[in-house]
Design a protein around this ligand. Structure first.
Ligand code: PMP
Length: 295
């Protein structure tokens, strides 16, 4: 099924994800009441899966949704999806919704949560974006504050990101920086953000309102292990405007250089961005034949 998407919904496989469906009474659809993860697989191996499962459970716990499968079962399901999909690299979308209930918003009418897994091919950005970088604007929308829906929950409600991405597109850019209520940089619409100044890398702390990105954590670890200083500190717009270089990280995007922020050009890719890209590429699972040689 290379090039298409397949799906599993509560125990049933669908060769074409377009034909898989959930009830119109599922609160995931009615209220965005559910959580999800986007997971890459490389060389038929789900990448950083334990971290994704941990974050899925943390998101679900915040919403008081009981994920109806164990980590072992979810891991097996991912493995089976990759085998059925038949392509060595791709993307998994794991979703757990509140489940089917009455039309009212209250979750107490819902039965068992709905579990969905989609396997698909993914090309988020064209190859030239990794060479020349993406243009980023600062969105007029703010990340939700922790006293509304905590931004740490990777929920099915992505409207801030959807609107900010539309704003970026309308302004001729590829991505948008989202600030928090205090005007500090939180993240981008589907990626975390890093800036570089004077040989030091900096990224906003998760408390600024960005998602605790798994690629973010991984890249921080790789850079530090490579002897490069990475600070988690408050960043404002001017920090991005005056950066020597900057880059985005995310499961879909991997490591993407930023070419400009609000019309201010940056070096893209700068030397530390290249280093992050190289370290990231070297950390990916190898094709089975190569792994066998290494073992
Ligand atoms: N922020 C948001 C809003 C996201 O949706 C994502 C992608 N899941 C990220 C950051 C990056 O997180 P990760 O590296 O875990 O994909």
């Amino acid at each position: 099924m290379d090039g298409q998407a397949i799906a599993w919904v509560d125990g049933v496989w669908h060769d074409d994800a377009a034909n898989a469906s959930v009830s119109v009474l599922d609160h995931g659809l009615l209220y965005g009441d559910g959580v999800f993860e986007g997971i890459r697989f490389y060389a038929e191996t789900p990448f950083l899966l334990p971290a994704h499962l941990r974050r899925l459970r943390a998101s679900a716990r915040c919403l008081m949704i009981d994920v109806p499968m164990s980590d072992g079962e979810l891991t097996e399901l991912c493995t089976e999806a990759i085998a059925r999909f038949g392509s060595s690299d791709g993307y998994l979308r794991l979703i757990v919704t509140r489940g089917r209930g009455l039309l009212g918003v209250s979750a107490h009418t819902c039965g068992r949560p709905t579990t969905i897994l989609i396997a698909a091919s993914l090309q988020l950005y064209p190859p030239e974006f990794y060479e020349r970088g993406v243009d980023v604007i600062t969105s007029s929308l703010r990340r939700s504050s922790p006293d509304s829906v905590p931004p740490q929950i990777k929920s099915l409600n992505y409207l801030t990101s959807v609107l900010a991405a539309a704003e970026a597109r309308a302004r001729g850019a590829h991505e948008a920086l989202l600030l928090n209520g205090a005007g500090e940089i939180a993240e981008c619409t589907a990626d975390n953000v890093f800036i570089v100044r004077d040989g030091r890398v900096a990224t906003p702390p998760v408390s600024a309102g960005g998602l605790a990105g798994i690629t973010r954590d991984h890249v921080i670890e790789l850079l530090r292990a490579g002897g490069i200083a990475v600070d988690e500190r408050t960043l404002v717009g001017a920090d991005a405007w005056t950066a020597d270089e900057a880059f985005l990280t995310g499961t879909g995007a991997e490591v993407v250089p930023i070419a400009s922020v609000d019309g201010r050009s940056l070096v893209a890719p700068g030397p530390l961005t290249r280093r992050a890209q190289t370290l990231f590429a070297a950390s990916l699972p190898l094709a089975p034949a190569i792994s066998a040689l290494r073992a």
